[in-house]
Design a protein around this ligand. Structure first.
Ligand SMILES: Nc1ncnc2c1ncn2[C@@H]1O[C@H](COP(=O)(O)OP(=O)(O)OP(=O)(O)O)[C@@H](O)[C@H]1O
Length: 250
């Protein structure tokens, strides 16, 4: 459903993405892994046009778009089919959980308010916040705020949700509560592209992994193969370091 071909991006003459390919089928949960600074966030931001990639192509449901010549109208069309969940939730501080979820439906999608409220409540119920409709972000834990952000994404009925390190601002307990929601979405067949440092998520929820370093894909494919039988020396080293820091090996 989503293919990224040969995406390139430089900042001030320094190449950050050097020709990355990604393939996502419907129902896939793709984890993008890699050391800090490898270009993961930039990749996601370029795919969602929050940054302008210098070159490459995006194919969405068979429709092809060149990154360097896509129109604003085409971007708006693609954004209707996709949703983005940020590391720091990006909620409106002066709006309740329900208002945060319904705002985009009413303003951007021109949905009647009553319908938006109904859909918003359903989305909040789905992420376990049926008792928090009227709470403001500062009355919610970080994990609850991120679940509001996920509800906001779900309410737009996207074909795919992009997540940029959705749990990296959270302590382990709250991380677990957000990952449980994401696991449930995966079980229901939601297509997700997730930049993460959470190896447990990549190992147990994602079915595909893309491992990046220095703006290039080092290894990608089936997540079980990646973790149990990595092909590249660099991947083996990365996994060894991760396992050692988690205290899993001596
Ligand atoms: N707006 C920007 N201007 C200049 N350089 C940038 C910009 N955004 C990112 N970079 C640089 O691009 C490189 C890749 O950054 P990016 O955030 O994509 O990596 P990452 O893999 O997501 O890292 P992390 O895991 O630490 O979030 C880094 O060297 C970063 O400093």
């Amino acid at each position: 459903m989503l293919e990224i071909k040969n995406i390139r991006k430089s900042f001030d003459g320094t190449e950050v993405l050097g020709g990355v390919d990604i393939h996502v089928d419907q129902g896939d949960v793709v984890a993008i892994l890699g050391p800090s600074g490898s270009g993961k966030t930039t990749l996601l931001r370029c795919i969602n046009f929050l940054e302008t990639a210098d070159a490459g192509m995006l194919v969405f449901d068979g429709e092809r778009f060149e990154f360097d010549s896509i129109s604003k109208k085409e971007i708006a069309g693609l954004r209707k089919k996709t949703a983005f969940v940020f590391q720091n939730y990006n909620l409106f501080r002066n709006k309740t959980a329900l208002q945060n979820v319904t705002e985009g439906l009413v303003v951007a999608r021109k949905m009647p308010k009553q319908q938006a409220v109904e859909i918003g409540k359903q989305a909040l119920d789905k992420v376990g916040l049926s008792d928090r409709y009227d709470y403001y972000p500062n009355q919610l834990s970080g994990g609850q705020q991120q679940r509001v952000a996920i509800a906001r994404a779900l309410a737009t009925n996207p074909e795919i949700i992009y997540f940029d390190e959705p749990t990296s601002a959270l302590d382990p307990e709250l991380t677990g509560e957000v990952l449980a929601v994401m696991r449930q979405l995966a079980d229901e067949g939601m297509t997700m592209l997730v930049v993460t440092h959470e190896m447990s998520f990549a190992r147990t929820v994602s079915n595909k992994v893309v491992f990046m370093e220095n703006g290039a894909v080092i290894e990608s494919g089936d997540s079980r193969t990646f973790f149990e039988n990595p092909q590249e020396a660099r991947t083996k080293e990365f996994l060894r370091t991760i396992n050692e820091s988690a205290g899993l090996t001596s």
